[in-house]
Write a protein that binds this ligand. Sequence first.
Ligand code: XIL
Length: 332
Amino acid sequence: TDIPSLKEVFTEFPLGVALSPESLYGERARLAAKHFNSVTPGNALKWDATEPREGAFQFTDADRIVQFAAENGMAVRGHTLVWHQQTPDWVFRDAAGDVMTPTPENKELLLSRLEAHIRGVAGRYGDDIGVWDVVNEVIDENQADGMRRSMWYQITGLDYIRTAFRVAHEVAPNARLFINDYNTNVPAKRDALFGLVSQLRSEGVPIHGVGHQMHVNVEWPSVAETEAMLQKFIPLGVEQQITELDVSIYTNSGESFPTPPADRLLAQAHKYREMFGLFTEYAEHITSVTVWGLDDDSTWLDGGSLGRDDAPMLFDDQLQAKSAYWAVVDPN
Ligand code: XIL
């Protein structure tokens, strides 16, 4: 006997999974296709992957994932056109090869590179990618104006965001265009994001949705904080998606376990259950929920600077369904 398919049990909204090209084989491929309606390439569509040198586009990895999705009747979430990370160094260098300073010439150069990049990437996929994270992580709630002081912002102000959405909409007119960020449940960050989206939409910038990454842990955030996050954006009339859900077993940077303790795995199942319960309640406003990885062996939270293994996903290191999976499938 086989376990139930998540996407068949859970029909309130489409379910997605982030994948790398290495996960498109064998049991991982089978699990992904069985349980999920859509795929987000975890890295393959980022700038460093698609345009490592100016004008030299490469789509080998992204194409493999898009093709896998097509073969299995899955949609694709495009992630991401503009970010301050995983962006090659050349993007922010001026004509002389020096790191850009804020001048009108550099602003023009940077926006023209941005436009060419989005035409090259979003334009290439057209209707094969129905949703884009156009900009990622642009908010810094500790700044008075709420904007992250990335090179993008330092050189162009808000214009990089306006340009990115305008060009994405032009080359992919049927795609739903998102602004994506983490910790959107934190009130100051949520409010800064809300302010930005309201302003840009009132200017006519084609932003269709807000993406909540939701990299959370077994204790944080609470259902109430997460509910306030969802409620905040309803009056704007935008779509909302959960774009990168995972539930870490660690609650602080000092923790490290040789193997995931049973009580943490139960707390994790509880957190997954309450989050999916909340999303179900708000299903009218949520147009998809994506988990940031398939299993505990391939999660981005393994290793890293803290050198510890995490276990944040629905399937374990051996690709077996965890308590977290059962809590989502059978919440009662
Ligand atoms: C992560 C990938 O999963 C890793 O493989 C990579 O090394 C770093 O980026 N927020 C995002 C994602 O928007 O793009 C990040 O993905 C995780 C945090």
